[in-house]
Write a protein that binds this ligand. Structure first.
Ligand SMILES: [Zn+2]
Length: 491
């Protein structure tokens, strides 16, 4: 590798060469466009590595004499020698074909050959567009890359792999959930979900929020004492859970219907409220008002017979955030969650009563219903993207918790049956279906979402405006809840 340790003469020759054409090239970052210095030598575009790494929040360090420079980050080390086409990446020699240049105190690299090598060392996706003379940096690239669960003699070791030292926060929530939140995290949710292991976990979720990411693990083993730390090489957050019980955790599914064996607490969720009107009918009927009335009727039925207790996420006209709704449900140890809504469609002919449970949508109508009901929460999260190709519902469909899917589907079917009994044909019962409703994904209990009828259908809007119909919807839900209790409650 003699060329890597090039003679000093070469530097002298290079510094005497006529100045090459100086200009700028574009760096396209997810946040916008930046310009960095560039020049061409024999049709080869050089870009300022010094400026490029600055955009990535990094620095190059020079050796004392200034003949070589080193760039170290993300566990990789790249060594450059001025005027040599050879560089060292992690002690492996690579040939750039064109020599590294030094101008005005900055290091310049031939973009066409260097950027693809650089890409392999970075968590971002970095590419060079020769025609557009543009470096593209996709910083949406994952920095939370993997997870592992390892049984140890005295407990469980959880490792979350991250590509750079990250701050994190760990907290435990109701239902034996261990949550690890990573500010600035961009999570490979697919990969992490693939590490789901039912031996240790009852359920898990990987969430991408706007400014953070979160891994939530519902553990089989009770969370009593745990310790955590950041470990480098490779970077990972380690959480050790001490197993204080000698006996292995039973896996008999007792916990399926709540923290105890009784099904007694019903969380009634009236959709929308406050500035969020929900769907608005042809006669300007507001969904938020209709659903609150149905919710109150259901609560009244429950409180009268005292078979269940009722907890409402709202009992007046106010907006309740996704987080609050989930908190009310989970911290009250709800056994069943019923979200009440009225549907809307661009197709005026669409009509009927329908019950949904949480699972990936299988048809356009179900997806449309979920999009409609998710919209206020998406705008809450600041990521509402007018429906078209919304990433969030795609992500959601990957992360849908499946723990209560079977019970939820059964409950939906029971409510549907009761509705058919009570309201034979007007409106038509559309049956049960599944879709990715965010609010249902946040509650840890069997849950359904009822679309009482379509506000955008003339006949249905008339029904929704009548007390009699609203009472029948409440009656049907209530009867469905009793059927569910009779079947699932352990005597
Ligand atoms: Zn709604």
């Amino acid at each position: 590798m003699k060329k890597a340790l090039f003679p000093i003469i070469l530097i002298l020759l290079s510094s005497m060469a006529p100045p090459a054409f100086a200009s700028e090239i574009t760096v396209r970052l997810s946040g916008g466009l930046e310009k960095i210095e560039s020049f061409k030598v024999n049709e080869v575009t050089y870009c300022s590595l010094s400026e490029l790494v600055e955009l990535l929040g990094e620095r190059i360090s020079w050796d004392v004499v200034g003949f070589s420079a080193e760039f170290e980050s993300e566990g990789h080390r790249i060594l450059f020698f001025i005027n040599s086409p050879y560089i060292n990446i992690d002690d492996t020699v690579k040939n750039l074909t064109y020599p590294v240049k030094f101008r005005d105190g900055a290091l310049f690299l031939p973009a066409v050959t260097f950027i693809p090598m650089f890409d392999l060392t970075r968590p971002e996706q970095i590419s060079w567009d020769e025609d557009g003379k543009t470096v593209r940096i996709n910083s949406e690239w994952y920095n939370i890359t993997d997870m592992s669960l390892l049984a140890k003699a005295n407990g469980l070791l959880i490792e979350i792999f991250v590509t750079q030292p990250k701050d994190y926060e760990i907290y435990v929530t109701e239902g034996n959930w261990l949550n690890i939140t990573i500010p600035g995290g961009i999570i490979d949710a697919r990969r992490i979900q693939s590490r789901r292991n039912s031996k240790y976990l009852r359920d898990m979720n990987a969430y991408q929020f706007e400014a953070s990411a979160q891994v939530s693990l519902r553990l089989r083993q009770p969370i009593e004492t745990y310790t955590h730390r950041f470990q480098p090489n490779p970077g990972r957050i380690q959480v050790s859970l001490r197993d204080t019980s000698a006996a292995p955790i039973a896996q008999n599914g007792i916990d399926k219907v709540g923290p105890d064996d009784r099904i007694d607490k019903i969380i009634i969720d009236a959709g929308h409220g406050g500035n969020d009107y929900g769907a608005v009918g042809l006669k300007k009927t507001q969904e938020k008002k209709i659903v609150l009335d149905i919710a109150k009727r259901l609560a009244k039925l429950i409180r009268k017979e005292k078979i269940f207790q009722a907890v409402m996420t709202r009992d007046k006209d106010k907006y309740v955030s996704l987080e609050e709704r989930a908190k009310i449900a989970n911290s009250n140890n709800g056994d069943i969650y019923v979200s009440i809504h009225a549907n809307a469609s661009l197709k005026r002919a669409a009509r009927g009563f329908q019950v949904f449970f949480l699972a990936p949508a299988r048809n356009d109508a179900a997806r449309a219903a979920a999009q409609l009901e998710n919209a206020p929460f998406l705008s809450e999260m600041g990521s509402f993207s007018s429906g078209e190709g919304d990433d969030l519902s795609l992500i959601l469909s990957d992360m849908i918790q499946t723990e209560f899917q079977e019970e939820s589907a059964e409950l939906a079917s029971m409510v549907d049956k009761e509705f058919r009994k009570k309201l034979s044909k007007n409106p038509r019962a559309r049956g049960i279906d599944q879709a990715g409703f965010i609010v249902l994904n946040e509650v840890y209990m069997p849950s359904i979402l009822v679309e009482a009828a379509f506000l955008t259908n003339k006949n249905d809007e008339g029904l929704l405006r009548s007390k009699k119909y609203r009472q029948k919807v409440a009656d049907a839900i209530y009867a469905g809840l009793k059927r569910f209790k009779a079947k699932y409650e352990r005597k």
